[in-house]
Write a protein that binds this ligand. Structure first.
Ligand SMILES: [Ca+2]
Ligand SMILES: [Ca+2]
Ligand SMILES: [Ca+2]
Ligand SMILES: [Ca+2]
Length: 473
């Protein structure tokens, strides 16, 4: 296990050096809790400090505003996480005296919403989203074994935590663990601070191996946390709380260098946490799939920060446009899986960068019912006749094709296609009948009547039906 981490301590650089950070210097006070702030205010993940003497949490919001509340008892080991998957981090505690973890779902004083038995007194709890499902859980760093036990479910109802999903060895005894998503893939992994050398190490996967990155940051006695500070890009980087100075030092990238930002906060005995205390700035949700050669439009809602927002496309396929309402539109010319890079800026100048996945399908990706040629014939009819403007197109492309409005199947083939509609223009089929619907050779009924804007002829392959009068067009 010692071979995992190379000690390259040739020159122990005294760490951090903190170039002054531009920004207004303000003094705020809350009771006896004084804050002298230097804050570039480009932060959405933010820090907090817990006073283990009093059990008071102080979590830091935009502009240096601090929310203080009691949670837990003196001596509890604090952590922060999003236990209920709503995007907001809230307190958690490990109480060594009774072996329990106590989790709360709001940043207010009150009783635990979730509690469960954690176990082994020497274990260090690690809070994070270790499987990328949007929910934080509590895992274990067992310092005596230098082993990380990953657990992707929370315990409940005073029960035990259950068996770990898996475990692996990382680091040396004495290393101080911290958690973050250091490569922006949505999965939290573990970093270590080796105080004897001032090195920070982390891995980007939950496997045994050498560190993916290592660099000097911090001094012995510093307490590390990680978060997405600076310009928000989903990549977490470290910050330290230096007790002797009661000061946080933030690094915006996972590289060696001076602190990018520093803030004065709290007092020497306090323990740092990091989290998103409010909804993170960005576009929420996921885009529905697009269909090749069909006009596409879908919107994602900007959240976090303060509206109105400016949304700018920074990368991605040329056909996609993105407007300030978070509306993605255009007509995709080819299938594939793409990412659209966007920047969201709120009215106070906070900026978040985000990669929005967008998949373009042929329209038959969910088909497991009929031959693809028949499915693609239906898609061709839809495209050719302005399907986006049909009066009724329920289920088209969102379910397998036999459930699409107007389509009936039997024996693994399309047997009926009824798109007559009821209004003057029928179902508003507008354009030519594509020759490819000749692939629908199992049709016993085709009804396209009342669609006065429909042009072209029924392909000869299907122009005779077994039942007289089955074609109505
Ligand atoms: Ca939450
Ligand atoms: Ca998770
Ligand atoms: Ca990651
Ligand atoms: Ca970042």
């Amino acid at each position: 296990m010692r071979r995992i981490l190379l000690l390259l301590a040739t020159a122990l650089v005294a760490s951090l050096f903190a170039a002054p950070v531009a920004g207004a210097q303000t003094d705020e006070s809350e009771g006896d809790f004084t804050i002298a702030t230097v804050d570039s205010d480009q932060v959405t993940d933010r820090v907090g400090l817990i006073d283990p003497v009093t059990g008071i949490w102080h979590i830091r919001g935009a502009g240096g505003a601090v929310n203080s509340f009691f949670y837990g008892n003196p001596g509890d080991f604090p952590m922060a996480g999003d236990w209920d998957c709503d995007g907001i981090s809230t307190p958690g505690l490990y109480r060594q005296s009774d072996g329990f973890v106590y989790l709360r779902n709001s940043n207010t004083e009150g009783i635990a919403n979730i509690r469960f038995f954690f176990g082994n007194p020497g274990d260090i709890p690690l809070a994070g989203d270790f499987n990328g499902d949007g929910c934080d859980t509590v895992s274990i760093y067992r310092a005596s074994e230098s082993r990380i036990y990953i657990i992707n479910q929370l315990g409940a109802n005073d029960g035990g935590l259950g068996a770990a999903d898996f475990s692996y060895i990382f680091g040396n005894p004495g290393d101080k663990p911290f958690v973050g998503d250091f490569d922006g893939d949505g999965v939290d992994t573990v970093g270590l601070h080796r105080e004897t050398t001032g090195f920070v190490y982390f891995r980007n996967s939950h496997t045994q191996g050498i560190a993916n990155a290592e660099f000097f940051f911090g001094d012995p006695g510093d307490r590390l946390v990680a978060g997405d500070w600076g310009v928000v890009d989903d990549v977490d980087s470290p910050a330290i709380f230096r007790p002797s100075l009661a000061r946080f030092f933030f690094r915006y990238t996972n590289t060696q260098g001076n602190a990018n930002e520093e803030i004065q906060m709290g007092s020497f005995q306090m323990l740092p946490v990091a989290g998103s205390w409010t909804v993170k700035l960005g576009l929420a949700g996921t885009l529905p799939k697009a269909i090749v050669d069909l006009p596409y439009a879908a919107s994602l809602k900007p959240v976090g920060g303060t509206g109105p927002y400016t949304i700018t496309k920074t990368s991605g396929p040329a056909w996609v446009s993105v407007n300030n309402n978070g509306r993605f539109s255009g007509t995709p010319p080819l299938v594939g899986t793409f990412s659209v890079g966007i920047t969201v800026t709120d009215s106070k100048g906070l900026t978040a960068n985000q990669l929005v996945p967008l998949t373009v399908q042929d329209g038959c990706d969910t088909n497991n019912q009929i031959p693809d040629a028949e499915c693609l014939a239906l898609v061709a009819l839809y495209k050719s006749t302005g399907g986006r403007g049909w009066v009724e197109d329920t289920n088209w492309f969102t379910t397998p094709p036999c459930d699409w409005f107007g389509v009936d199947c039997a024996g693994g083939h399309v047997t009926e296609l009824v798109l007559e509609g009821t209004a003057n223009n029928g179902n508003n089929l507008n354009g030519p009948i594509p020759p490819s619907i000749g692939a629908l050779t199992f049709l016993t009924r085709l009804n396209l009547q009342h669609n006065s804007l429909l042009t072209g002829a029924i392909p000869t392959q299907i122009s005779t039906m077994p039942t007289p009068g089955a074609i109505t067009a």
